[in-house]
Write a protein that binds this ligand. Structure first.
Ligand code: CP
Length: 312
């Protein structure tokens, strides 16, 4: 057992054996998930609450499925119809759920650091399901599992992460995971959508898409996150697609067997062309979604065991 933390709040700071453990366990859950069978004894008697303050399709559903596959009682709290609307604070909401003997609290919030704050206040294990522009750790784990199963390794691969890096918690978690596990990571995007000092995370920065893609093994596209933009950072979606949208012509600069990834939800015709997104040979976007269930099963299983926990 290599993962002895109580929570999963971020990829940053995790060590290769911890990531390796979660990926191996997740890999062992892929077949179980495909078979539709369950291992209901593993989380029997445990309660998992999905507390999502932001919209989600993939993450929330797959945590629910993962919890049910392992036998947990799963509650999806609808924030829009909760007492949050009456002014209850995040901490009071969490304390209320904590008093119901919740064991696993899956949190998505638009404020970076919200899951870390909750982790200090509740008894449950807290899992970050995406916080602001900070991190989305289970997305990076499912991306890594997809890559490892397709390419047989993560170490030594060249991964190009393209588009709206500035607003992307997916990019941050992937940068931490992939550099920790030995990939060469590039980020490619317009200067207005690139965080200052991103290079200090050990990535190479490109402001030309074709140069960023040249010889890449993996092309990871990011959603243009207009909802997080406080000013106009791109001239128009049409122009963005021309320079930064992944189509067959730009993909030809990557390796011939390069895989195309996208965390979803996709803006078709903005950051990715439908023909590329739906290419049955190159695109692994649906596989990423499938791996999401296996990864979340592994995370729930690992945190529930709590062997030799160091409460980090
Ligand atoms: N990739 C991802 O987090 O998707 P959702 O917003 O649908 O959960």
């Amino acid at each position: 057992m290599f993962y002895r933390r109580k929570h999963l709040l971020a990829i940053e700071g995790l060590h290769p054996p911890e990531i390796g453990h979660l990926l191996e366990l997740a890999d062992s859950y892929v077949l179980l998930n495909r078979s539709g069978k369950t291992q209901r004894d593993l989380l029997r008697g445990r309660t998992l609450i999905n507390l999502f303050f932001e919209d989600s399709t993939r993450t929330r559903t797959s945590f629910e499925l993962a919890g049910k596959r392992l036998g947990a009682d799963v509650i999806n709290m609808s924030v829009s119809t909760s007492s949050v609307n009456k002014g209850e604070t995040l901490l009071d909401t969490a304390a209320t759920l904590n008093a119901m003997q919740c064991d696993l609290l899956v949190v998505r919030h638009n404020q970076s650091g919200a899951p870390n704050l909750l982790a200090r206040k509740v008894d449950a294990s807290v899992i970050n399901a995406g916080d602001g522009t900070h991190e989305h750790p289970t997305q990076a784990l499912l991306d890594a599992l997809t890559i490892k199963r397709r390419k047989g390794r993560i170490e030594g691969l060249t991964v190009a992460i393209c588009g709206d890096v500035l607003h992307s918690r997916v990019a941050r978690s992937n940068i931490h995971l992939l550099t920790t596990m030995g990939s060469q990571v590039r980020v490619a995007g317009p200067p207005t959508l690139m965080p200052a000092e991103v290079a200090k995370f050990g990535v190479t920065v490109f402001h030309d898409m074709k140069e960023g893609l040249a010889g890449a093994d993996i092309v990871m596209m990011l959603r243009l996150q207009k909802e997080r933009m406080t000013s106009s950072l791109v001239p128009s979606e049409r122009e963005y697609f021309r320079f930064w949208g992944l189509d067959a012509e730009k993909l030809a600069f990557a390796k011939p067997d390069a895989l195309v990834m996208h965390p979803g939800p996709m803006n078709r015709g903005v950051e990715i062309d439908s023909a590329v997104a739906d290419d049955p040979v190159r695109s692994v976007i649906k596989e990423q979604v499938e791996m999401g269930v296996a990864v979340r099963m592994a995370v729930l299983d690992t945190l529930s065991r709590g062997d030799g926990r160091n409460d980090a």
